[in-house]
Design a protein around this ligand. Structure first.
Ligand SMILES: Nc1ncnc2c1ncn2[C@@H]1O[C@H](COP(=O)(O)OP(=O)(O)OP(=O)(O)O)[C@@H](O)[C@H]1O
Length: 287
């Protein structure tokens, strides 16, 4: 079953200014996919549409399904979208934790979708939920900070707390929108390594938008590239070249640090995409 199925997705915030233009893609359960593209290419918008945080254009033929349940259709969010969100963990660049609450309380928020409303508002989580949250904190390596205020964690630690929240939620799909954009290289490595491990060990599908292409090469098996709202590449990381990347970013000065020198993949449990890569489209979009 595909984790995500998007058909002819278009989105415009202003009339005649499409931010996404007829984007179709299918991501299998268990894949770890990097979403890349220059600033403003539509990565966040696509992730927000998949998670149901944004709505497709009214009257458009776009459809988006998550685990075979329709999130967007007939020009709007479906009534199911809210329920589907229980299976989807969303991680943003700006660590979306509640600063004044403890790390543990933030992580327990992952249980809210599965907790009766009155219990959740009073913070009355079950013992099983607390154990689950502590186990998640242990897995992401920040159990020692469980009772610390979220605001007192470093950016990388906050991002790992957000991953622990998704684990506690038992998310089957994690959508991470530039989760390492504001982190130093070592913290970025830890966050990406944590996402890759969860993907590998738990089979959680991960779609992560990135500006740091080297991380896409190191941790992901498949790349989907957007250029000015159009999907221009969808295929294995091994199928994308320096020239393709230069075309994608309109740059002939890509840093060598952006390209891998060794093996491109680290151990990964996801399924390989079968669709032929659409490298040719890059040249067209760049023309
Ligand atoms: N709520 C909004 N209202 C109006 N325009 C928006 C809104 N959200 C995004 N946009 C516009 O849509 C375009 C795509 O934005 P988006 O954030 O999806 O790109 P991105 O590829 O994620 O960029 P970045 O890498 O800089 O985060 C941009 O031109 C942006 O200004």
């Amino acid at each position: 079953m595909p984790a995500i199925e998007a058909r002819s997705v278009s989105k415009a915030f202003e009339r005649n200014k499409p931010v996404l233009n007829d984007v179709s893609l299918s991501i299998e359960d268990g894949e770890m996919v990097a979403l890349i593209g220059a600033s403003g290419s539509g990565k966040s918008t696509l992730l927000r549409l998949i998670s149901g945080l944004e709505t497709i254009d009214r009257g458009s033929v776009s459809t988006i399904s998550v685990f075979d349940r329709t999130v967007q259709a007939s020009g709007g969010r479906t009534t199911e979208a809210r329920r589907i969100r229980r299976d989807v963990g969303v991680i943003f660049q700006q660590f979306n934790l509640v600063n004044r609450l403890s790390v543990l309380r933030n992580v327990l928020a992952g249980r809210l979708g599965k907790t009766p409303f009155w219990r959740g508002t009073l913070g009355l989580f079950t013992r099983a939920d607390r154990i689950r949250a502590l186990q998640a904190l242990e897995r992401v390596g920040i159990i020692d900070f469980a009772h610390r205020r979220a605001s007192r964690l470093s950016g990388g630690q906050q991002q790992r707390a957000a991953i622990a929240r998704a684990l506690t939620q038992e998310a089957r799909l994690i959508l991470a929108d530039e989760p390492i954009a504001s982190l130093d290289p070592a913290s970025a490595d830890k966050v990406m390594g944590t996402l890759a491990r969860i993907n590998r060990e738990d089979g959680v599908t991960v779609v992560v938008s990135l500006h740091q292409i080297d991380h896409a090469f190191r941790h992901c098996q498949r790349i989907i590239a957007l250029k000015r709202g159009t999907l221009v590449y969808d295929g294995p990381v091994s199928g994308i070249s320096r020239a393709d990347l230069a075309a994608l970013y309109d740059s002939d000065t890509l840093s060598t640090a952006d390209m891998p020198t060794g093996p491109r993949l680290v151990g990964h449990g996801g399924a390989a995409p079968e669709a032929a890569p659409k490298v040719a489209a890059l040249a067209v979009a760049n023309a």
